[in-house]
Design a protein around this ligand. Structure first.
Ligand code: SF4
Length: 342
């Protein structure tokens, strides 16, 4: 807990008024925009998210414009951002808002939190930023700032400890301007109290326990226990003229409905046989190009990428990447990027 929360809040708000970044989703009184931006920022850095946000909002300017679009088009606008489930949930929730709520974004916290893909943090961020309500939105940035500020040395991954941080934030919220306060606290975490903090320019330095005790590197305490499953695949890049062979992933599961190059698990010869059987093709030449890893939240893919020459391309459904209308999985967009360099 803070000794003088109102004093810390005042310093934070004064700092924010001068130092806040100019972002396209700031200062716009539109809960739909706030929702889209918060979903995008969940797993993505601001600099990466901004152009995606601008393109997305230009095409899907209202919640009903998003609801009425095809999922394939929504995924295309998300292509490269990764964690595509976010886009699918956004689309499904937009349909619910458009068709069951007359297209009006809900303003009560419970309904916001009931939207698919909206968890505790995002619900409170929307409630606070879009509706100017005193809801404590605690994301990774806020966990870091408050842990250091108060010297909180318990594992913040545990919900009961995150709630203690939330309680501290609640003591700081100014009831006239919760919208600005929420963004100010996040902004401090994103730009000053980063993993390696810049305490010299921090407005809260004089009351920060971590700064006083030189414990910034120890806080916040994060105990990770997520062991990722490791999988290895051979990826077959079949290129003929200016076209390539892509396959659509199944409708459920990881990367559902997205497109990738054909990939198979196992030893190379078994993978090659599986490829030939799946596509009724005969490989006459192959060259290993490079290896690339892709990290998901609970899985790591080790991809061994091969350039493949087939005896005949007539039976293969090759496509041009230039105008390909569907979304390609980020793991394989990275392969396309590397192939350009070969
Ligand atoms: S003084 Fe340093 S550690 Fe403390 S809140 Fe500010 S930036 Fe973070």
């Amino acid at each position: 807990m803070l000794n003088k929360p109102a004093q810390s809040t005042k310093k934070l708000m004064d700092w924010y008024a001068v130092h806040k970044r100019d972002l396209p989703f700031r200062g716009i009184d539109n809960p739909y925009f706030t929702w889209v931006s918060e979903i995008m920022l969940q797993q993505t850095q601001v600099d990466t998210a901004v152009p995606y946000f601008n393109r997305f909002i230009k095409r899907f300017s209202t919640v009903c414009a998003l609801a009425n679009a095809d999922q394939a088009e929504v995924l295309k606008y998300w292509e490269g951002l990764g964690y595509y489930r976010r886009a699918k949930h956004l689309h499904e929730s937009a349909q619910r808002i458009c068709h069951e709520m007359d297209g009006v974004f809900p303003s009560d916290l419970k309904t916001i939190e009931s939207l698919k893909g909206v968890g505790r943090y995002i619900a409170r961020a929307i409630h606070s930023i879009a509706f100017n309500q005193p809801s404590a939105a605690v994301d990774g940035n806020v966990l870091r700032v408050i842990s250091r500020l108060t010297g909180f040395d318990q594992d913040v991954m545990k919900p009961k400890n995150a709630r203690i941080i939330e309680d501290t934030v609640n003591t700081m919220i100014p009831h006239a301007t919760p919208r600005d306060f929420t963004q100010a606290l996040m902004e401090l975490g994103a730009t000053v109290c980063q993993k390696k903090p810049n305490c010299a320019v921090c407005p809260l330095q004089s009351e920060c326990v971590a700064f006083r005790d030189n414990r910034q590197a120890e806080l916040p305490v994060v105990v990770k226990n997520t062991k990722k499953t490791e999988k290895s695949f051979h990826v077959f890049v079949v290129k003929y003229a200016d076209k390539v062979l892509l396959v659509k992933r199944p409708e459920v599961g990881l990367l559902a409905n997205l497109y990738t190059f054909p990939q198979f698990e196992g030893q190379f010869d078994a993978a090659k046989n599986a490829f030939e059987n799946s596509f009724n093709a005969r490989v006459i030449n192959h060259a290993h190009a490079f290896n690339i890893d892709h990290l998901f939240s609970h899985q790591v893919w080790h991809l061994s990428v091969h350039l493949i020459e087939c005896a005949d391309y007539a039976g293969l459904d090759l496509v041009s990447l230039t105008n390909f209308p569907y979304a390609i999985a980020k793991a394989h967009l990275n392969i396309i990027d590397q192939l350009k360099e070969i």
